[in-house]
Design a binder for this molecule. Structure first.
Ligand code: UTP
Ligand code: MN
Length: 596
């Protein structure tokens, strides 16, 4: 893309450039207009250009070939420059020759590492005319993308500003790692800014397009970073963070299941620098979670694929069906927002008959455990009561459902050959053996497609698939256990179960015939299902936003358990996610549009 540049009549005074860097492009001499550029940034920009072999003149003289400015029009630039020269005639004489270009041209040169051809788009235009910003555009869609709450915007998974949002997410992560109230607020500000950029319908090219964007306009730091990337192609601050030993080490440590930022920082302060250091350290008492996290670090930090999530869902659903027909097991979390990989599998378990879900988790875990599908479990009992939903703490993420955080042993042979998972999803082929599900069971084994979730059908199917034959099963736990045990053999025979001796196999990855995957099992009563589904589909930021909206705009409290109208002092039931949006007077957003 390097383009020939026009030759100057006069030879260039090379003294105007930093002597430390060799000049690669003697035909080019840049002059950067200071107006609208902070001093520190100006120095940084000049240095960058010089490092790349460009000449940058500190004074305005005849040698200048390119005048680069943040100002919006050619007229504004001329006015600034004329004010500084001895007479207008002299100014206009050389300005006839020099290109007057925007920062975009400079950025392209830096990215190319060579001068690029000045095009019409780079040249600042003579007439003064307002440049529409994204937020002031009259296009309703564009305006909508700048709505106050991100739950009102369409936030797709694949958006147009990844370079910018990746950088802001590094800053967010760093603030999270640093911890404390102030840094949590900073992390949220970075998150909000990146969320706003994700909703934009086009790639941002110029600061003017975003400087008034909701969730960005107040953030000086965010703006500085965005501007740096727009102009130079990267942010030196973000690069520095990514290369920082503290950041890199805490990032590795927080990848350990059970290790949060505070523990990660503590380990770093203890002079630990690697997982091996942590494993060997005698001075720390690792929790059971952390021991497992260290043992299966590589597995757990390998993204879970959608296919693996489906296989795990089918294994759990098959067990649940045997224990209590009619039980629904739904993949939620990032996968339902269209992500193709995730850090875990979030399974929402329910039964269309309210109350039947009680005691179900223990039985499912028992059945899975018997077949050696579980490496680690941490069960948390339900802590739900009506007061919990009426008085929700601000920013509270955890809900009150009965749940199990687990490490699942996923047999490698079930995921090696994708073709073994039938496309109609009616069977999971386990080697020579096939786990069959009846059509009725299939209906209950929910794997929502994006469209289904959007239509609210997911929730509706549960009502249609209620199993009438087992109404007496729920009351008697012992009876259920007997049934479960007798049915285990028929469901997955012994050939299909993974290796029994977990310690022996875990210690030697070479003989382990399964991979460790993080799976969360969440039990929800049917009456709360739509709310639980919305909460667990996420994203975290979407939840935060819609809950904030409910509180501020509707005087309601929204959680994964329900919606409480504070004005009417009443809980509002909902069967589908659509109904929840309607109660909140919000336009419905498909799960795939909730990737804030
Ligand atoms: P995750 O942390 O699993 O996020 O929580 P994710 O979007 O699926 O990301 P990956 O793909 O695994 O990396 C899933 C959703 O569950 C909600 C979170 O807010 C998130 O939106 N959640 C989590 C709750 O609703 N309640 C909780 O107690 C915990
Ligand atoms: Mn998840």
């Amino acid at each position: 893309m390097a383009a020939p540049v026009k030759k100057r009549k006069t030879s260039l005074p090379k003294k105007t450039v930093g002597l430390a860097f060799p000049v690669k492009f003697p035909d080019i001499s840049m002059f950067i207009v200071e107006r609208k550029i902070q001093r520190a940034r100006l120095d940084h920009v000049k240095n960058l250009a010089r490092r790349k072999g460009f000449q940058v003149s500190d004074s305005l003289n005849e040698s200048v070939t390119h005048i680069i400015s943040e100002l919006e029009t050619r007229d504004q630039v001329l006015e600034v420059l004329r004010g500084r020269l001895s007479n207008d005639v002299e100014a206009s004489l050389f300005l006839k020759d020099a290109e007057i270009v925007c920062m975009g041209w400079f950025t392209s040169c830096m990215e190319e590492g060579a001068p690029v051809q000045v095009t019409h788009g780079h040249r600042l235009k003579p007439e003064v005319k307002a440049v529409p910003t994204v937020s002031s555009s009259s296009a309703s869609k564009t305006c909508y993308q700048d709505a106050k709450y991100c739950c009102q915007r369409i936030t797709p998974l694949n958006h147009h500003n990844k370079k910018l949002t990746d950088a802001l997410e590094v800053l967010e992560k760093q603030a999270d790692f640093l911890g404390g109230d102030n840094n949590s607020s900073r992390a949220l500000a970075f998150r909000k800014a990146s969320t706003a950029l994700k909703a934009l319908p086009k790639t941002v090219r110029n600061m003017r397009e975003v400087e008034n964007l909701c969730d960005l306009k107040g953030g000086k730091h965010c703006k500085r970073v965005v501007q740096e990337i727009l102009e130079e192609g990267f942010s030196s601050e973000v690069e520095d963070i990514m290369n920082d030993e503290w950041f890199q080490t805490v990032k590795i440590f927080t990848g350990v299941f059970g290790c949060g930022a505070a523990t990660g920082r503590k380990w770093f302060d203890m002079k630990l620098r690697s997982l091996e250091d942590v494993r060997r350290c005698q001075d720390i008492n690792l929790t059971t979670e952390q021991k497992h996290g260290l043992k299966f670090y590589d597995d757990i930090n390998t993204p879970v694929t959608r296919h693996e999530a489906d296989v795990i869902q089918q294994i759990v659903a098959a067990e649940a069906q045997q224990i209590l027909p009619g039980t629904t097991v739904t993949v939620t979390g990032g996968f339902s927002r269209g992500k193709t990989t995730g850090h875990d599998v979030d399974l929402l378990i329910s039964h269309p008959e309210e109350g039947k879900e009680e005691g179900l988790l223990a039985q499912i875990l028992y059945a899975l455990h018997k077949k050696d599908f579980l490496e680690y479990t941490d069960v948390q009992n339900s802590s739900y009561n009506e007061a919990a939903i009426r008085q929700v703490k601000r920013n509270q993420v955890m809900d009150h459902f009965e749940r199990c955080f687990s490490i699942f042993r996923l047999p490698k042979r079930l995921i090696q050959d994708r073709s073994e998972l039938n496309t109609d999803q009616s069977t999971v082929k386990l080697g020579e053996n096939t786990l069959k599900m009846s059509p009725k069971d299939q209906a209950n084994t929910q794997r929502p497609t994006l469209a289904e979730e959007g239509s609210g059908d997911v929730e509706d199917t549960t009502n249609k698939t209620q199993n009438q034959d087992n109404s007496d099963e729920t009351g008697n736990a012992d009876d259920r256990n007997v049934r479960t045990q007798s049915q285990d053999a028929g469901l997955l025979d012994s050939k299909l179960t993974p290796c029994v001796d977990s310690e022996a196999t875990s210690l030697n990855d070479g003989v382990r015939d399964w991979v460790a995957r993080r799976v969360d099992l969440i039990i929800t009563p049917h009456s709360q299902y739509a709310y639980a589904l919305m909460g667990w589909i996420g994203s975290r930021m979407f939840n935060r936003s819609i809950r904030d909206y409910a509180n501020r705009e509707m005087n309601m409290t929204l959680t994964s358990h329900g919606l409480f109208d504070k004005t009417k002092n009443a809980l509002i039931p909902a069967k589908t996610q659509r109904e929840i949006f309607e109660h909140l007077k919000l336009q419905y957003r498909e799960p795939k549009e909730r990737n804030c």
